[in-house]
Write a protein that binds this ligand. Structure first.
Ligand code: UD1
Ligand code: CA
Length: 466
């Protein structure tokens, strides 16, 4: 007999369902966990196993699901099978028949709505499938014991404890409902045997669907070996069928992330239950996070920072010893060591603060570099601007960067003093050591060390250089 171990691995992900229980206009697998669609989590985990190819069954909002999948997978590693009508998980697998029925491979079947499964667990499942009784099984089912198995398919075993069949919640007798061991919806199959058995699956059940869960029993009746790999971590195997489960999973993931940051990385959370941190974020030692902070995406925060309440930081890099006061929004931006920000500041669009720079209340930085030791302390908009070192931007300063059609750049040098309420009409440059008077409207370049005043601003004096 052929050795399973020599067979290549293919992956099939089921992701065509609408997910009725979500009560949503958005297909279930596009709902987000940790800021990424559920399907993306499953695709990334599958990639870690280095399969030959990943097949994805799509249907509801199939084009959108396809785009989400292609954020994780290269086009040459992915193949899409359309399931136009959703007639059950067996029918979904059957939709990929043209690609798979003649393959001599092991097929790992995953559910698009079981996002926490780890690659190590899947690798152990494949290993068990390949080595069961020395020659491998026709099908290996990933199961887990749940204290509350409601909603899942149950694993029915015979008097010797061997696999008998899977029974769905809606088709189960009271005795079967008492079984705690559930079907994860994740399996390995011998691909050819799976497709051959699928032709015999009927839809005579409570939901009138073609169940993939009938295949293992059909194979067993033909004398094939069915193996079970029982896992111990129930969280990994939880499926998302409704929004309560989605919220619970988000909480679980976040709690694990925060515990890891506290225990392994020495981060202080004043109120861990009321902070949100993405699994993908990194935070350094002795950084203190106050309640109601959200740290999203691939954010990196260095050692010894202080992040006060109400702040949201998304996909940004924060250096060491940075102080971010209350209610700031920081996206796609970079803040270097020992800067201070806020309260109520907004950094976005690749804003960058260099060391010891300071941004105060009601200041917005968009696509702007604020140089080393420079300050914008109050009520200011700086967009498309480059600001040198040790420059002070007075309260109420605005870069008028948009002429109604195009965005224009402002360049401000080192040691400049921009007076309060200055309007900088871009494109415009202000040279090193220059000063603008309060309320000036700067619509022409200002030379180095000039004092300009008025609207429009005129040079009235050359300043002494210290
Ligand atoms: C399924 C299993 C159940 C298991 C549970 C684990 C069946 C019949 N039941 O139930 O034993 O305990 O998963 O989470 O398989 N899908 C399609 N096309 C369809 C139907 C579903 O692509 O026609 C996809 C869905 O998008 C989803 C996955 O298959 O990603 C599972 O479908 P779902 O309806 O959620 O199955 P469950 O009722 O959870
Ligand atoms: Ca499900």
């Amino acid at each position: 007999m052929e050795q399973n171990e020599q067979l290549p691995l293919d992956v099939l992900i089921l992701a065509a369902g609408l997910g009725t229980r979500m009560r949503s206009n958005l297909a279930k697998v596009l709902h987000k966990l940790d800021g990424r669609p559920l399907i993306n989590h499953v695709c990334r985990t599958a990639t870690a196993l280095a399969p030959r190819k990943i097949y994805v069954v799509i249907g509801h909002q199939g084009e959108d699901v396809k785009s989400a999948v292609l954020e994780e997978l290269n086009e040459e590693n992915a193949e899409f099978a359309w399931q136009k009508e959703q007639l059950g998980t067996g029918h979904a697998v059957n939709s990929a028949r043209e690609f798979l029925e003649n393959e001599d491979s092991t097929l790992l079947v995953l559910s698009g709505d079981v996002p926490m499964i780890r690659a190590e667990t899947l690798a152990a499942l494949v290993q068990k499938h390949h080595t069961h009784r020395g020659r491998g099984a026709a099908c290996t089912i990933l199961t887990v014991n749940l204290s509350d198995p409601t909603g899942y398919g149950r694993i029915v075993r015979d008097s010797e404890g061997l696999f008998n069949r899977i029974v769905e919640q809606k088709d189960a007798t009271d005795e079967e409902k008492a079984v705690k061991e559930i079907n994860s919806g994740i399996y390995c199959f011998n691909t050819k045997k799976l497709y051959s058995a699928l032709t015999r699956v009927k839809n005579n059940n409570a939901q009138g669907e073609y169940y993939l869960t009938d295949v293992p029993a059909l194979l067993r009746e033909e004398g094939e070996d069915i193996a079970i790999y029982r896992h111990s971590d129930a969280h990994e195997i939880e499926g998302i069928n409704n929004r309560v489960q989605l919220a619970d999973m988000e909480r679980t993931l976040c709690r694990r992330t925060i515990s890891r940051l506290m225990l392994d990385y020495g981060v202080t959370f004043i109120d861990p239950k009321n902070s949100y941190v993405s699994e993908r974020a990194n935070i350094g030692r002795d950084t203190i996070i106050y309640p109601n902070v959200a740290i999203e995406g691939e954010t990196v925060i260095g050692d010894g920072c202080l992040i006060r309440s109400g702040t949201r930081i998304t996909n940004s890099r924060i250096g060491r010893s940075v102080e971010i006061l209350d209610n700031c929004v920081i996206t796609d931006s970079e803040i270097s060591d020992t800067c201070t920000v806020g309260p109520m500041a907004h950094l976005r669009g690749h804003a960058r603060m260099e060391e010891k720079a300071k941004v105060g209340n009601f200041v917005e930085l968009k696509k702007t570099i604020l140089g080393r030791g420079s300050k914008a302390n109050h009520l200011t908009y700086l967009g498309d601007a480059t600001i040198g070192e040790k420059t002070n931007i007075g309260a109420g300063t605005i870069t008028c960067n948009y002429d109604g059609k195009n965005k224009h750049a402002t360049a401000i040098g080192n040691n400049v003093r921009i007076g309060s309420d200055t309007m900088l009409i871009a494109p415009v440059k202000v040279g090193d050591g220059a000063v603008t008077g309060a309320g000036s409207v700067v619509n022409k370049d200002v030379e180095e060390n000039k004092l300009v005043v008025g609207a429009p601003a005129r040079a009235i004096k050359t300043l002494n250089q210290e």
